[in-house]
Design a protein around this ligand. Structure first.
Ligand SMILES: [Zn+2]
Length: 279
């Protein structure tokens, strides 16, 4: 645990410093392959150590207050390109973020649970999956959850590809998600697959009104570590920050669903307010 945290800190420095250095560093940690190996605590998972902003109050320049509600008719023209980890609400908050869907079976189960506990979440959707399952994206948006661009194809090595490819991955996904979600839906965040952000991709996202989105607590649920383990990771990890990473796609997510069934009432009992990541 200590070691990856140290590496994340190095990433943090690299991201703010230079594109070249960032690419080199990310190359060392995003060794994951395609879909299922999602955000394995790699880079942008500014997870516990809160890289690129260390939790509270990282670069808020360019923040547009008008972008707050899920169905905001007028999205911000531009937001900060810094990776956000914070909540837009004050106090004891949790930002549930759910990646790699939509996926038949799991996405609806997650939505049902969120509805049952009156919880809100941010869904980081893969563009190709939005095209495949538009009805599920509509359900997510209709339930009032926020939408996040998780790239067109979930290529966790996209940070090592040309800028033209990165731009295509970011913008194609946004288009696919907004089309699937229906009129008025807006994608307010961008989370790189496997945390493979680059300064360029963050800039592309920000200039299209999508705030780069990191996380503080990585549940590693995509690795199916067991429901108890996921629950404990979250309970212990909340001191690191409010943004928690789960998955509703990329494989059998029954452990994620079972963990949420236990965690959602726990958050309420503990006095957490369900929030969205700060834009
Ligand atoms: Zn992912």
């Amino acid at each position: 645990m200590a070691r990856p945290a140290a590496r994340r800190n190095r990433h943090l420095v690299a991201v703010s410093a230079a594109a070249v250095a960032t690419v080199a560093l990310f190359a060392t940690t995003t060794g994951c392959v395609a879909m299922a190996t999602e955000d394995p605590g790699s880079s942008a998972g500014p997870s516990s150590s809160g890289k690129n902003g260390k939790g509270r109050g990282d670069g808020e320049a360019g923040r547009s207050p008008g972008a707050a509600s899920p169905g905001a008719a007028t999205p911000p023209a531009r937001v900060s390109a810094e990776i956000t980890h914070d909540s837009e609400d004050q106090g004891k908050t949790v930002n549930l973020t759910i990646d790699d869907g939509p996926e038949p079976g799991w996405t609806v189960k997650v939505l049902d649970l969120l509805g049952k506990y009156d919880a809100k979440a941010t869904f980081c959707i893969i563009g190709s999956r939005a095209r495949e399952y538009p009805d599920l994206v509509k359900k997510v948006a209709a339930a009032g959850h926020r939408l996040c661009d998780h790239s067109a194809d979930h290529n966790t090595a996209m940070d090592k590809r040309p800028e033209s490819y990165q731009e295509q991955q970011v913008l194609d996904a946004r288009k696919a998600i907004e089309k699937a979600a229906g009129p008025g839906a807006r994608v307010l965040y961008y989370r790189a697959p496997g945390g493979a952000f680059t300064p360029y991709s963050r800039e592309v996202a920000a200039s299209h009104g999508m705030r780069p989105l990191g996380w503080n607590v990585d549940t590693h649920d995509w690795q199916n570590p067991g429901t108890d383990r996921i629950v404990e990771t979250v309970k212990k990890g909340m001191k690191e920050g409010p943004t928690v990473l789960f998955h509703d796609g990329g494989g059998n997510r029954s452990q994620t669903v079972a963990a949420l069934e236990r965690l959602l009432p726990w958050f309420k009992e503990q006095g957490y307010k369900f929030s969205y990541p700060k834009i």
